[in-house]
Write a protein that binds this ligand. Sequence first.
Ligand code: UDP
Length: 266
Amino acid sequence: MYSRLKERKSTMDTDVNASSPPLVSDPPPTRELLGVQVSTLDMRGTVDFIEKLIAEGRGHVVTTVDSFGLVQAQEDSELRDIYQNCSLATADSSGVVWALGRKNTPVERVSGVDLVDELCKLSSRAGHRIFLLGSEPGVAELAAEKLNLKHPGCNIVGTRHGYFPVEDADIVAQEVAEFKPDILFVALGIPRQEKFIARTMEITGAKVAMGIGGSLDVFSGRAKRAPKFVQGMKMEWLWRLIQNPSKFSKVSRLPRFVWLVLRGKS
Ligand code: UDP
């Protein structure tokens, strides 16, 4: 079973100085949002924390939490359980940053795509073994090539596409395990990637596993990340919607997120 730090987290709700790095085995400083303890660490603190999780050598689940995932978790108890029991849940979206700001907890956005970039940089220094699982055939390989060019020495030991039947999860996890990854990035979309990670953690043997949504599409060059000014305007969701109109059902959850936050139930 993946690591459960929930009990300790509940005693650590917020206002811990994010600049002091957590001790190994200690939960990160967090703030509760819609039933999930979201980390208040900045990007630097997050990478340091994940390095410590890797050093612990146990199967840690890292989630990058966005507004859509939080709304989905209200109805999907398995996803909610994963968010609530993971070792680290970062503030992936501007919506989550906004909602925490309303609770007098200013946080830096720590998005999945930026975190993948930083952890590949870490791997190029420390040699951590990385496996990329997910996206359409060829995408993970291309992303690995591009990440290796960007971070020479980045130790990506294996890749695999994400188009396999749900019932083959254990077989795919066994394939991954052969590569003995320290870090497993899974790009299957929310909530499938989180469920895959939680259900197969013991099989893959990864020290840290994290769902990364469409990040491999971005690193491979198949999808363009929103320009910085669009990100600055907190409109990255609109950019993604224009690029991929099939995301409409996901984006349509945004008003519900705002309503849940304003209703103060968080
Ligand atoms: N994907 C996959 N297998 C599937 C369905 C989706 O590997 O059965 C991949 C898809 O190609 C894309 C990623 O999962 O690379 C999902 O990206 P998206 O941006 O939709 O993720 P989310 O918005 O859920 O974070």
